[in-house]
Design a protein around this ligand. Structure first.
Ligand SMILES: [Zn+2]
Ligand SMILES: [Zn+2]
Length: 568
């Protein structure tokens, strides 16, 4: 699906227009981006069937842009705007407090193009002198640059995976191509990725390379060789394509999937067995023992197959030797999504639309958990809304077959750790999700205590996005995780793995730790639109990277057993 990418480019065009105060068109492009973002259908299908202009907010003009993006991977107009303002938009926007208008101002006044430029001028107090900026703003920028810098160069898995898949599909079209696999950190589903690695089986590598370096997504060709080419994509990251013969493909895939640490461990192990492992195969002396598939190589070394998501550290090798690898939760094991928003609060789609999409996804149940209480940041339900929504859910439950809608709420955890909604109201729900939504940061001890208090409330089932990070700009809360996991396990509170690509919270290493504390977890999309329901696989990947099995994840249970563990 190219939906994400199309939406991203439209949104970015809107950013450029915002620089020029072209608010009418900003609105049009934002609206179109939003429409595409929230589509449940594949935009390529809609385009092929000539239905683009039937979508809300998409007229002839923007439809032509979308068509162009689908065909070429970008838009000439967008590329022209990028030339006009040769600024590192992604990096600069990642500094909290810097928006399109500030970027334009800084570019015109000081020629700021990169994070380095920005820091240079902030340190020399050039920014405060610009009309409309001031010393407070300058200080804020300086404070936020470091954070932003930590994250530039690496991009979010959820944003790059569709791009990698698109290139894979474009290569697969070639007749001379037999197989294309995405390798590297994307295959391991690491939450951020530095580049895209593609491995191809073909006996005509010349044709593959000629085709690859001329793809519209390519900005610049760095190396074009017969067996390996490297390009910089317009997206601003490197992409490598390597071509192999079929009989060594397993060894190549294993090697280029990594991680480096795992490869070192495996090579050591091969040597201990009097063999040699490389990207060309597993050898004993001159004789090739195994090379065509990964499974074959693992087997020949006496190891169980290590799923890519576990290939981060040496621990996986140790477990593979002693046949103690976890039986990971599968990408099809989730039976329902327990944290979904509708337009009763800040969601984009109606409750009914969200339910239909869940049915499409094959779920057995879902929980609507709209915001309620006294959130200032977003639309929130009051007591009357909750009653009316409950009536609507009853109506839908009667109408829908094969799917059950649970009545949930997402309450805000207040400064004392209590949900800011009356307990008698919470008691009536099927499920209560509680999360912190204020940006206010308290110290380690206070923050931990707030979370523990929330879990001790017997009406709270799930803690949403427990560390409240947002990549790249907002770091996680500093929490005493041992205390949090202990409390979750004792109070039978379920910790969420939030599948939003900027959250992925709990993150992989915390998932693993939580499981060691016998915590039960839940993988939710926290979708605010139909489209976002499809992010679930990112949460599942995070769970797998945290060694989670089916029994660790409560929404792999069928409805009857789920209701038992919710114990309401
Ligand atoms: Zn939330
Ligand atoms: Zn939410």
């Amino acid at each position: 699906m190219q939906n994400e990418r199309v939406a991203h480019i439209l949104d970015r065009i809107a950013d450029y227009m915002e620089m020029d105060d072209d608010f009418f068109r900003v609105k049009a492009y934002r609206r179109a981006a939003n429409t595409v973002q929230n589509l449940s259908e594949d935009i390529e299908t809609i385009n092929e069937e000539g239905r683009l202009q039937e979508l809300p907010g998409i007229g002839k003009h923007i439809a032509a842009k979308i068509e162009e993006i689908l065909e070429t991977g970008t838009s000439l107009y967008f590329e022209k705007l990028k030339k006009e303002y040769p600024v590192d938009f992604d990096a600069l926007l990642s500094v909290e407090g810097v928006g399109p208008k500030t970027i334009k101002l800084l570019y015109k006044e000081l020629g700021v193009e990169t994070l380095d430029d920005l820091e240079h001028h902030a340190r020399r107090h050039h920014i405060r002198r610009i009309k409309g900026m001031g010393d407070k703003k300058e200080k804020q920028i300086l404070e936020n640059i470091d954070l932003a810098r930590k994250n530039t160069g690496r991009k979010l898995l959820g944003h790059i995976l569709p791009l990698a898949e698109s290139i894979k599909h474009q290569l697969e079209v070639l007749k001379v191509v037999k197989t294309v696999e995405i390798a590297g950190s994307i295959r391991r589903r690491k939450e951020t990725v530095g580049d895209i690695d593609l491995l191809v089986i073909s006996d005509n590598s010349q044709e593959v390379m000629d085709y690859f370096v001329n793809l519209p997504l390519v900005e610049e060709v760095i190396v074009k060789g017969p067996l390996k080419s490297t390009v910089i994509l317009k997206e601003g990251l490197d992409c490598d394509v390597r071509v192999f013969e079929e009989d060594v493909f397993g060894a190549a895939l294993m090697y280029f999937t990594g991680s480096k640490e795992l490869n070192v461990e495996l090579r050591k192990m091969a040597i201990a067995q009097n063999m040699k492992l490389s990207e060309y195969g597993l050898f004993q002396g001159e004789e090739m023992v195994a090379a065509s598939t990964e499974t074959e190589i693992f087997q020949a070394m006496g190891l169980d197959y290590i799923p890519p998501e576990l290939r981060e550290t040496h621990e996986a090798v140790e477990a593979a030797v002693s046949h103690k690898l976890p039986d990971l939760i599968g990408y099809n094991d989730i039976k329902g999504d327990l944290h979904i928003h509708s337009n009763w609060s800040d969601g984009k789609n109606t409750l009914e639309d969200m339910v239909w999409e869940c049915q499409e996804l094959g779920y057995e149940y879902l929980a609507i958990a709209d915001h309620c209480g006294y959130l200032h940041v977003t639309r929130s339900m009051d007591e009357k809304d909750i009653k009316n929504q409950s009536t609507e859910i009853d109506r839908l439950n009667e109408k829908m077959e094969n799917i059950t809608i649970l009545k949930g709420l997402e309450v805000n955890i207040g400064p004392d750790g209590n949900p800011d909604v009356d307990n008698t109201l919470l008691q009536e729900m099927d499920l209560v999700v509680a999360g912190i939504h204020s940006g206010e940061r308290k110290d380690f001890f206070e923050m931990t205590q707030i979370m523990v208090n929330a879990m001790e409330n017997e009406n709270v089932n799930i803690i949403s996005h427990p560390t409240n990070r947002r990549m790249p700009e907002r770091p996680e809360y500093d929490l005493n995780l041992d205390k949090i996991f202990e409390a979750a396990s004792e109070t039978n509170t379920f910790l969420e793995i939030n599948s939003n690509p900027v959250r992925l919270d709990l993150k992989d290493v915390y998932v693993k730790k939580a499981i060691q504390y016998n915590c039960k977890l839940v993988i939710n999309s926290d979708a605010h639109s139909q489209n976002q329901l499809h992010n679930m696989h990112l949460g599942i990947a995070t769970a797998r990277r945290g060694w989670a099995e089916k029994e660790d994840i409560i929404n792999s249970l069928d409805l009857k057993d789920l209701l038992k563990v919710l114990n309401r």
